[in-house]
Structures are given as C-alpha cells and as structure tokens.
Design a binder for this molecule. Structure first.
Ligand code: ADQ
Length: 462
C-alpha cells in the first residue's frame, strides 16, 4: 500500500473477521465486541488506517481496504499468540490490572514475547503513518508501543487509551517490568483512562518510580515531550442502540423471546463475556438463593444469563466455565418446575439485534463485575429499554458506576447486600424506578461514544 494515513488506530485485533464462503472466496466482515463497537464509527468518520492482528496465527495477510479505511494486518506466530496474548496480556496483565481477582502469573518468556510483538506493531504503524499523523494506540496489550513508536517517528502525535482499570500502586509494583511499562506509556502525548482514579494511580507511580517531573496531570518526560494523563470515560453509540431497539425486527424478536421464555412476569438479565472479573459466580449465587428462599418465584420469574465464550484456552477461563455450568445446573435442579428453569443460561455470542431484544424485555438488568474498566452493557441496556420502568443493578466496581449514579449500586462481594438490592430493584414503586431510569437515560444520551472520541482526539491534537 503506497498511501500513508493521517489517522491510525493501533489495536491488538483488527475490527474485521474473515469469512470464507462455500466457494472458497474470502470476505471480511466488521466484528462485534467492546473495542470495535467503540471505535468503528470514529474510523468511518475520520478515515485512515487500522493496524492489528487478523486473528489467525502463522499467516501473513496483505493490507486491504474495508469500509473506507485501510486495514493493516500484523502477523503473530503460534508461540507469540500463546506467550504475548494468552500469556502476558491475559494471564499476567489482565488479572493484575483487575485487582488480582485471579492470580497473575509472571513468566520471563511471556514478557520477551510481549516486547517483540509490541515492536512489530510499532514498526507496522511507523510504516503506514503519514508525516505528523495522529496515532491512537488501544489497550493493555500494546503499552510499549507509544515509546517504541516515538523513537522511530518523533513527528507523530501519539495517544494511548487503556480500556481496563489502571491498578492501585501497591498492585502494579508486583510487576517485574513495571518501569518498562510506565516508560512505554509515557511515550504518548496523551494517555487516557476510564476513570480519574486510573489517571491518579498512573501519575502516582510515575512520581514514585521515574525521574520525570510531574506537574498536576502533566509529565515532563526528560529531554523529550510532555505526556498528559486524564480520564475519558468511554460510552456507546446511544442513538444507534435506541433506534435499533425500536426497530420492527427487534420488537418482533423480543416478542418471540418472551414467548420462548413462557411470558414470565419478571425477567432479570445478565450479559457478559465469560470472564472471572464479571462477578458471575457471585451474581448467580445471589439469584439462586433468592429463588431457593422463595423471595423470587420461578413460576413467574426468569433469570436470563448470556455469557459470550472468551479466552477459552486460558486455564482460569476453563475453570470458570465449568464452575458456572455446575452452579446453574445445581440451582435449576433445586428450584423451578418441569421444562421451566429458573435460570436460563446461554453460553454463546449473539448479533447486536438479539442483544437489543434482550435488553428491551429485561425488567432488571444485573451488571455485577468485581472490577471493570467501564462496562458498556450497563449503558446499552439504558439506551435500549424502551420505557422508563426498567431497573439497572450495577456494581460499584464498574467504571460506569461513577457516571450512572442513579443505578441500584451494589458491592458484589457482599452477597446479602446484593440480594437486598436485587429485591429492591425488582419491587420498588414504578415511580421510583422511573425516576432513576430517566436520570440514567439522560446521562447516556448526554455522553456518547462520539463525545468520548471527540474529547480524546481534541485534547490529543491540542
Ligand atoms: P469488555 O470486558 O468486553 O470490554 P463490556 O464493556 O461490557 O466489556 O463490553 C462488552 C461488549 O460485548 C458489549 O458491547 C456487549 O454488547 C457485547 N456482548 C457481550 N456479550 C455478548 C453476547 N453474548 N453476544 C454479543 N455481544 C455481546 C472492555 C473492558 C470494559 C470496557 C470496554 C470498552 O473490560 O470495562 O467498558 O472494554 O472500553
């Protein structure tokens, strides 16, 4: 590809999945998921290039055009996938950055692969970026890219956004490569976090562990540039979700869902990637106890839990999947009648329209992560629920709780407290539920994915 881009997004995954038709022809389709959902509208609007892995190991794919922007695939070997992605990204950084709710593993070979792959991403970006272009690097898999890229291309404006929490200093210090990661991020002109606490943790660490001068939210990186650290809470395409949820197809789909569930009086809904940070064990136990104690009646109430398969080759995720299967099986065998389980558990991903149909019919949406950078599901629910009588139960430990203050907030570690709040959300007066829901809708309408991208890029381009 000869043309160089004025705007480049760099992320672990490309926003497209390869589809091979029966006749062997290959096509690329925009893929679902948090980050893609977040950035695709921005890419389309601004044009440019997206640098990322295409999803198949040991294979090189040539750059191509998709939906008005360039797609630049970065290859990964099978070993690199295991060590950089499954290993360092998802079995070291992911648990460490989520309050060590699972035990992080530290392996030197994983770190070496992380460095190698980060350098490859930086090189691919340096090749495609035009003179003085703006580059936006995404997330924890690529924290070394800002510094590596600046060394190769000091002319670029470099932004970095962390989608997951940035941990408290005490936890971050465990990392044997803590200084490398801090310096890696400091290569950016602007580092964005989901909540102000993340930016504060980062700045505190920079003060403790580096010699750079810190002045409020600005770090004077010695002999180089100024790196600013701030919060930019991510959001959703609110209008898009509102429209989708009101479309005839989604309304029809929600009718047939209701039919399938046997027209219960009340539906509780959980929607998550199957991840140990999402608090599924705690949530299912709390719901199970409410059924067992007779506070909820399986004759008229259903708990629909959707869990998207995720990182299935990582040990901790296999264990989680088995635990949830067992837990749901046990509860369903103890409560509920023939052919009508109290918990309807679906281990699958669904098209966005089906998600919207589920949000539409949920009387109580239950979002209870143990720790979550933001949590878009909470915001999607608020946008999709058509009237103002739904209820959002939301963990205090999701970034979203700092904005969605009128949700029914819970501490997911406190089972009794969570049960009380679940019941409160289900039984509060319509007036109280409406009051809260209106405030939530106002919040989600006033702060969308467009605002997020505009604010970040506005500050980056200064
Ligand atoms: P995730 O941990 O993936 O994202 P989340 O913010 O909830 O968490 O986003 C999940 C997305 O996947 C949502 O858009 C949701 O609709 C979709 N999804 C979930 N289950 C699905 C299913 N069964 N079928 C289809 N789609 C499904 C990370 C961070 C979050 C942060 C986001 C964005 O962990 O804290 O909010 O990035 O920054």
């Amino acid at each position: 590809m000869s043309e160089r881009a004025r705007f480049v997004v760099v992320a672990n995954r490309l926003p497209v999945d390869r589809i091979t038709a029966d006749d062997g022809s290959v096509d690329w389709r925009t893929s679902p998921g948090g980050l893609v959902t977040a950035l695709e509208p921005v890419m389309r609007r601004m044009g440019g290039a997206w640098v990322g892995w295409h999803g198949a190991s040991n294979e090189t794919v040539e750059p191509f055009e998709h939906d008005g922007y360039s797609v630049i695939p970065v290859p990964l070997s099978g070993d690199e996938y295991e060590e950089y992605y499954e290993g360092f990204s998802n079995a070291t950084l992911w648990p460490l950055y989520h309050d060590t709710v699972a035990f992080p593993e530290f392996h030197r070979e994983w770190w070496d692969a992380y460095v190698t792959v980060n350098r490859r991403f930086a090189e691919a970006t340096a090749d495609v970026a035009d003179d003085g272009a703006t580059v936006w690097v995404q997330d924890y898999q690529l924290q070394l890219v800002p510094k590596l890229l600046r060394e190769m291309r000091p002319d670029l404006r470099i932004g970095f956004f962390l989608h997951i929490p940035f941990p408290p200093t005490e936890l971050f210090q465990q990392l044997p490569w803590r200084s490398d990661i801090l310096e890696g991020l400091l290569g950016a002109d602007l580092v964005g976090f989901q909540v102000p606490g993340g930016a504060q943790n980062f700045l505190r660490l920079v003060r403790q562990r580096t010699r750079h001068r810190v002045e409020r939210d600005r770090v004077h990186v010695s002999g180089s540039h100024v790196c600013t650290a701030r919060a930019y809470p991510i959001s959703i395409d609110t209008h898009g979700f509102e429209e989708l949820a009101q479309s005839p197809e989604v309304i029809a789909e929600s009718e047939s869902l209701l039919e399938e569930l046997g027209h219960p009086k009340q539906i509780f809904l959980g929607v998550d990637r199957l991840d140990y940070t999402k608090g599924l064990r705690q949530r299912i136990r709390a719901m199970g106890e409410l059924f067992e104690e007779g506070k909820l009646d399986p004759a008229d109430t259903v708990f629909l839990q959707v869990a998207t398969p995720s990182r299935e080759r990582v040990e901790e995720y296999k264990r989680l999947r088995d635990d949830i299967d067992l837990l749901v099986g046990r509860i369903n065998s103890e409560v509920g009648g023939v052919g009508r389980p109290a918990i309807s558990y679906l281990h699958a991903g669904f098209p966005r329209a089906t998600m919207a149909a589920m949000y539409r019919i949920a009387d109580v949406m239950v979002v209870t992560p143990l720790r979550d950078g933001m949590n878009l599901v909470a915001k999607e629910y608020v946008a999709c629920r058509p009237d103002t009588n739904g209820a959002l139960v939301l963990s205090e430990f999701a970034g979203a709780a700092q904005e969605l203050k009128q949700a029914y907030l819970v501490n997911p570690y406190d089972l009794n407290g969570m049960k009380d709040v679940l019941m409160q959300a289900a039984t509060d007066s319509p007036r109280e539920r409406q009051r809260r829901m209106r405030a939530l809708k106002k919040q989600v309408r006033g702060s969308t994915i467009e605002h997020w991208a505009d604010n970040f890029l506005g500050d980056l381009q200064g």
